[in-house]
Design a protein around this ligand. Structure first.
Ligand code: SF4
Length: 89
């Protein structure tokens, strides 16, 4: 699999099922609206597309990110590689 560079949560698709949080709780959490947000360095929580290098848990494995994305029932998590190509879904 190509290396994951960018992670995007589509808030319109997210239904707050929290499967991603269960799979990768160092990367995702639910916000007050029950939508997944991404945990960035410095305790920042973001609903915007995030570079993997900006993650609080920068060392999270690509496998874990992929498993989290695959666990999402509405496929709300999009993963992109270094060439900007969509890896998932
Ligand atoms: S698994 Fe999908 S629907 Fe559930 S909280 Fe995560 S992004 Fe949202």
């Amino acid at each position: 699999m190509a290396k994951i560079k960018k992670i995007v949560v589509d808030r319109n698709l997210c239904i707050g099922a929290a499967s991603c949080v269960l799979t990768a709780d160092t990367v995702f959490e639910l916000d007050a609206e029950n939508k997944a947000i991404i945990k960035l360095k410095g305790g920042v929580k973001s609903a915007d597309p995030a570079e993997k290098t900006a993650l609080e848990d920068e060392a999270v494995s690509d496998d874990t990110l992929l498993t989290a994305a695959q666990s999402c029932p509405t496929r709300a998590i999009f993963l992109y590689d270094e060439d900007g190509k969509q890896v998932y879904p």
